[in-house]
Design a protein around this ligand. Sequence first.
Ligand SMILES: Nc1nc2c(ncn2[C@@H]2O[C@H](COP(=O)(O)OP(=O)(O)OP(=O)(O)O)[C@@H](O)[C@H]2O)c(=O)[nH]1
Ligand SMILES: [Mg+2]
Length: 461
Amino acid sequence: MKATSLDDIIVAISTPAGSGGISIVRISGEGCIHLANTLFSGADLNKKESHTISFGYIKNPINNTVIDEVLVSVMRAPKTYTRDDVVEINCHGGTQASQKVLEIFLNEGARLAEPGEFTKRAFLNGRIDLTQAEAVIDIINAKTDLGRQSAVNQLEGSIAKTVGQLRDTLLTSIATIEASIDYPEHDIEEETYGILRTRITEILEKTQKLIESADKGKIIREGISTVILGKPNVGKSSLLNYLLDEERAIVTDIPGTTRDTVEELINIGGVPVKIVDTAGIRDTQDKVEKIGVEKSKEYANKADLILMMVDTSRGITVEDRQILDIIRDKKAIVILNKIDLPNKIDINEICDIVSKENIISVSAKDGTGIDELTSRIKDLFFGGEIELNNDTVISNVRHRNSLFEAKNSLLKALDTINMGMPIDFVSMDLTQGYNHFGEITGDSVDDELLDRIFSQFCLGK
Ligand SMILES: Nc1nc2c(ncn2[C@@H]2O[C@H](COP(=O)(O)OP(=O)(O)OP(=O)(O)O)[C@@H](O)[C@H]2O)c(=O)[nH]1
Ligand SMILES: [Mg+2]
C-alpha cells in the first residue's frame, strides 16, 4: 500500500462481486456526507442525524438520470467504523448498479480505497488496536466456528488487554530502574535487582503460557492438519468419503486411483479437522502418479496427525513397512481397514512403531470402528476438549513471533542481572521486550508492517 492521505474521501464496493440482493458502496472521510448529498435525491443528507437511513435515488450529475434506487446510511464521526464520517449506500445487487455508483463518486473527487483502508483508518484514528484490526480479517476468513469465536474475542480486545498488562508491568520495571539510576546515592541497586527478578520472571511465565497457547490457536484457526497415508487401494478415499458422508473422492478397486491430494474440513465433535486424502504411496514409473506420491510425503511431513491406513485383508507388505518408517516418531494412528474381510495382520508386527491405543480397526465400507477412530483423534489433542474458556489464545503467527522475541529480551534481562552487569543494561533489554509487546498491539510498528497486514484485507473493508 502506498502512503495514503487520511484526509481523502475514500470509496469502495464493500460486498463481493456477483449476484445477490444488495450491494453496498461505502464512503468515508471528511466531507463524504456533503459529497453524497450532491449525488442523492430524496432527503437532505447534510441535515440528517447520525445513524439514520434515507430512501432515494443516486443520480448522474451530468445528465441527471437515475442510476439506482437506494437506501443511504449516514454515520457521523466519531462513532463510526473509521471514526471519520461514513456513508453507506445500499444499491440493488449484481455488478452494474454499485459499479456505476462507485464510478460517479470517483468522478466527483473520491479516491478508490486500498484493500483494508477503512479498517486501517480505524486503527490510525485510535478506535481499535492492531490485534483488533487483524481480528476483522480473521472473522472474514474464519473456516471453523471456533476460529470465528476466537477472532470475536480478539476483536473485543482480549489479546490487547493481556499483552497491554504485560507491557504495563514492564514499563513499571523500567521506571524502577530509571529511579535507581537517577538517585544513585540511595544505593538501592541490590534491592532493585531482587524486585526486577521477581517481576521479570512473572512476565516470562505469562508470556510462555501465551506462546504455548499458539498450538491450540493454530488448530482453532485452521483445524488439526490430518493426512491419510497408505499404499494404493487400502481404502484411504473410502475413509474420507465416509467421514464426509459424501462421495467426495473417487473410489475404485484399481490401485493408484487418487492422483492428487483432496482436502476437506470436517467437524469431529466440535473439533475442526482439516483432512487430506493422498495418492497411495508406491514406487511407480507413471509421471503423474509419481508427483502425487511426492506430494503425499510432503503432506506427511507437515501434518499435525497422520492416519496411516493398512489393508488387513492383505497383511503387512514391504510398501507398508516403508510408510511405517515415515510415521515413526510422528503423531500417528494406524488404521487397520477392511475388517469386514478375513484378517491377515498380527498387530504385534507394528506395535514397535505405534502404541496399541493408536492402532484402530475399522471398515470404511460399513462404518465399523469409525466412532472409535474419531474419538481417538479428539483425545490426541488437548484431551479431546478444544474450548476457548476464558483463556487468551494466540492464533496469529505474527503475535506468536513477537511474543517469542519479547521472551528472548526478558531472558536476556535476567542474564544481565545474574551476571551483575550495570542496571542500565537491564533497562535496555526490558525496553526491547516492551517494544516487542508493542508490535503486537501496534503501539510500536513501522509503516511497512502495517502495509503488509492491511494488504491482506479485501477491498471495501
Ligand atoms: N471390503 C472392503 N472394501 C473396502 C473397504 N474400504 C475400501 N474398500 C474397497 O477398496 C478399494 C480401494 O478403495 P479406495 O478408497 O479407492 O482406496 P485408496 O486407498 O484411496 O486407493 P488409491 O487412491 O488407489 O491409493 C475399493 O474397491 C473400495 O470399495 C472396506 O472397509 N472393506
Ligand atoms: Mg484414493
